[in-house]
Design a protein around this ligand. Structure first.
Ligand code: PEP
Ligand code: MG
Length: 587
C-alpha cells in the first residue's frame, strides 16, 4: 500500500529505487561494499565468528553449575538454535553475494528483517525471542570486531579499489537503482557511500545544514533528512520515491504516481542539461560585476567536479574529512601534505582555501553519534574546530606544517574556523609562526599563505575590527552563524523550522561583515549553505557580496541567477529586505 513520509528537503531532484536499509540499532558497524572476488572470504568471516560464538555457548553449557535454574540452560539452547537458524544464515549469504555488503552490514540487515518478523508475531513468547536474536547478533559482531577485516572500508582503500567497487555495484544492481534509508549516517560514513551508486538517500534525523546533509548534497543525489520514522516504516527492498525538492518519501508507489514522478525526473534532467551550457559563461551580472564562484570540497578528488562546473578556485576545503572515520589514527604531516598538494594540482593553478580541522559537534572523529560525542552534553558549544586544535598543539602544528609545505605548489589560503576571542587569534598566529620556524629549522621548503578567519560565531561578527586587523580575508560560515545566533542546533530536526537564514538578526550580521570588509578592501566570501541557495543569491549580491563558495553541484544554478541580476538595482532592494520585520517574505 502506498504511503508517504515527510522530512526536510536537502538535495534536489527525484530518485526512484529499492530501499537499502542501514540497520539503525547497530549504526556503529561499518557499512561498505566489498569486491566480488571477496564474497567467499566475507561469508567465511561471519561463519568463523558464528562458530566461535557457538563454541563459547557450548562451553558455557558444559560449565553450568548443577543448581542453575533450568531457564538459563534453556536460554542457551535458544541462542544455539538461533545461531544455526537457516533464515539468518541464508539471508547473510544473500546480502553478501547479491548486494556485496560487508559481513557486518549483511548480518545487521538480516537481523532487522528477522526482528521485524518477530515483532509481528501474535505469540508473546515468540515475540520476546527478538531480544535473544539481538544478543546473538551482538555476540557475533563483537567477535568479528576482534577479527581483522580482510576488506578495508572504501575511503581507506586505494583509488583502484574504489573504481572496482563502483564497477561491482554497477554489475550487481542489474540497473535497479538503490536508495539508502537510515536512522542516521555519520558524515564519515556518508563519505564512504560517495563511492557507491545510490540514487538517493533519506534519514530519520538531521537538519538541512547538518554535516550529513552537506555531504549528501555533495553526492549530488536527491536526499531527505529529518524524516522521523522513515527507517522504521520502510522495509528492505521496498520501492521508494525520494522527492528531494519537496522533502517527501513515497513508499510502494502506485503505477500512476510512478509515472508522474518519472516525468518529473526527466524534466529535472533536462533542466540540468540546460544549466550545463553555462559552464564556460563568465559569471557577470547584467551591470558587468564579476562574481567569484568557488567550490566547497571535502576530499582532494572533489576538485574534479569543481573544475568541471567552472569553479575558479576552492573557497572551502573541509580538511576534517581527512581526519574522520580512521579509528582515531590521525593523518600524519606527509599524508596531509600530499592531500593538500593533490587538491592544488586538481585546481590547476587556481587558489585553494584550506580550512584547518573542524572536528567536533556533528563531525566526530569516529562513528560515535555527534550529539552524544565523548559524553559532552552540548557538543556544538563544546570542544570543536579551533578550540580542538588549540587544545592539541602538536596535532595542530602538524597540520599547519603540511598546509605551509603544500603552499609551495600553488596559491593557498589558510582559513581558521570558529574563532571568537583575541586570545585564540593570537595563539593561532603564534602557532603558525612556530610551524614556519620548525620548517625553517629542518630546511623544509614551504610557501606563503593568505590568512583568513571564518565569521561563524556572532561574537566574531560583532568584533570585526579585531578580525580585520589580524587577517587578510574573512569567510562567513552561515551554517554556524545561524545556529549560534538563533540558538538552534543545526543537526536537530525537531527545531529545524526555526533555523531561519532570513532572520533579521542573521542578515544584519552578514550585511555588516560584507560592508565592513568591502570598505576596508579585504576579501570576503560566504561559504555556508546560503551561498549555494538560489533563493538567496540576489539578496547577497544586493548586500555587496562578490565571492560565493558552495558545493560544485550548486554552482551553475547560482550562476544562472547571477547572469540575470543587476546589482545596481538590487542594492536598494536589499536594504529594504534588511530592514523588514519578515525579510523571508520579500525574497
Ligand atoms: C559554516 O558553518 O557555514 C561552514 C561553512 O562550516 P561548516 O558547515 O563546515 O561548519
Ligand atoms: Mg562552520
Amino acid at each position: 500500500m502506498t504511503f508517504s513520509v515527510h522530512g526536510l528537503a536537502v538535495s534536489r531532484g527525484i530518485a526512484i529505487g529499492r530501499a537499502v536499509l542501514v540497520a539503525s540499532s547497530r549504526a556503529d558497524v561499518a557499512h561498505y561494499f566489498i569486491e566480488a572476488a571477496k564474497t567467499v572470504e566475507e561469508i567465511a568471516r561471519v561463519r568463523v565468528s558464528r562458530n566461535a560464538v557457538m563454541e563459547e555457548i557450548m562451553r558455557l553449557q558444559q560449565d553450568l553449575p548443577k543448581d542453575v535454574p533450568h531457564e538459563i540452560a534453556a536460554l542457551l539452547d535458544v541462542h544455539l538454535m538461533l545461531l544455526q537458524d537457516e533464515q539468518l544464515i541464508s539471508g547473510i549469504k544473500h546480502w553478501i553475494t547479491e548486494r556485496h555488503y560487508n559481513a557486518e552490514w549483511a548480518l545487521t540487515t538480516q537481523y532487522e528483517i528477522i526482528a521485524r518478523q518477530f515483532d509481528e508475531m501474535e505469540d508473546e513468547y515468540l515475540r520476546e525471542r527478538k531480544a535473544d536474536l539481538e544478543q546473538v547478533v551482538e555476540r557475533i559482531l563483537r567477535h568479528m570486531k576482534g577479527v581483522a577485516s580482510p576488506v578495508q572500508p572504501a575511503e581507506q582503500a586505494g583509488s583502484s579499489r574504489k573504481q572496482s567497487q563502483q564497477d561491482l555495484l554497477l554489475d550487481d544492481t542489474n540497473d535497479v537503482p538503490l536508495v539508502l534509508i537510515a536512522h542516521d549516517i555519520s558524515p564519515a560514513d556518508m563519505l564512504q557511500f560517495k563511492q557507491s551508486l545510490f540514487a538517493g538517500f533519506a534519514t530519520d534525523v538531521g537538519g538541512k545544514t547538518s554535516h550529513t546533509a552537506i555531504v549528501a548534497r555533495s553526492l549530488d543525489i536527491p536526499a531527505v533528512v529529518g524524516a522521523r520514522s522513515a527507517s522504521q516504516l520502510i522495509k528492505q527492498d521496498d520501492w521508494v520515491i525520494i522527492d528531494g525538492d519537496a522533502g517527501l518519501l513515497i513508499v510502494d508507489p502506485s503505477p500512476i504516481i510512478l509515472a508522474e514522478y518519472g516525468f518529473k525526473q526527466r524534466q529535472g534532467e533536462l533542466e540540468r542539461q540546460r544549466l550545463n551550457r553555462l559552464k564556460h559563461t563568465p559569471a557577470l551580472t547584467l551591470d558587468g560585476e564579476r562574481i567569484e564562484l568557488l567550490a566547497n570540497i571535502e576530499m582532494p578528488n572533489d576538485t574534479v567536479g569543481a573544475v568541471n562546473v567552472g569553479a575558479v578556485g576552492v573557497g572551502l576545503f573541509r580538511s576534517e574529512f581527512l581526519f574522520m572515520g580512521r579509528n582515531g589514527k590521525l593523518p600524519d604531516e606527509n599524508e596531509q601534505y600530499l592531500a593538500y598538494r593533490k587538491a592544488l594540482e586538481g585546481m590547476q593553478g587556481m587558489p585553494v582555501t584550506i580550512r584547518t580541522v573542524d572536528i567536533g559537534s556533528d563531525k566526530p572523529l569516529d562513528k560515535l553519534a555527534g550529539r552524544a560525542h565523548d559524553g559532552h552534553l552540548n557538543p556544538a558549544l563544546g570542544l570543536r574546530a579551533i578550540r580542538w586544535s588549540l587544545a592539541d598543539p602538536p596535532m595542530f602544528l602538524t597540520q599547519l606544517r603540511a598546509i605551509l609545505r603544500a603552499a609551495a605548489h600553488g596559491q593557498v589560503n589558510l582559513l581558521v574556523p570558529m574563532l571568537a576571542h583575541v586570545s585564540e587569534i593570537r595563539q593561532t598566529l603564534a602557532l603558525i609562526d612556530h610551524a614556519r620556524a620548525q620548517l625553517d629549522n629542518s630546511g623544509t621548503v614551504y610557501g606563503p599563505v593568505r590568512l583568513g578567519a571564518m565569521i561563524e560565531i556572532p561574537a566574531a561578527a560583532l568584533t570585526l575590527p579585531l578580525f580585520l586587523k589580524y587577517f587578510d580575508f574573512l569567510s562567513i560560515g552561515t551554517n554556524d552563524l545561524i545556529q549560534y545566533t538563533l540558538a538552534i542546533d543545526r543537526a536537530d530536526e525537531s527545531v529545524a523550522h526555526l533555523y531561519d537564514p532570513c532572520h533579521p538578526a542573521v542578515l544584519r550580521l552578514i550585511a555588516d561583515t560584507i560592508t565592513e570588509c568591502n570598505a576596508q578592501g579585504k576579501g570576503v566570501s560566504v561559504c555556508g549553505e546560503m551561498a549555494g541557495d538560489v533563493h538567496m543569491t540576489r539578496l547577497l549580491l544586493g548586500l555587496g557580496l562578490r565571492s560565493f563558495s558552495m558545493h560544485p553541484s550548486q554552482i551553475l544554478a547560482v550562476k544562472q541567477q547571477i547572469l540575470r541580476a543587476d546589482t545596481s538595482k538590487l542594492k536598494l532592494w536589499a536594504q529594504e529586505v534588511l530592514h523588514s520585520e519578515d525579510p523571508g517574505a520579500l525574497l
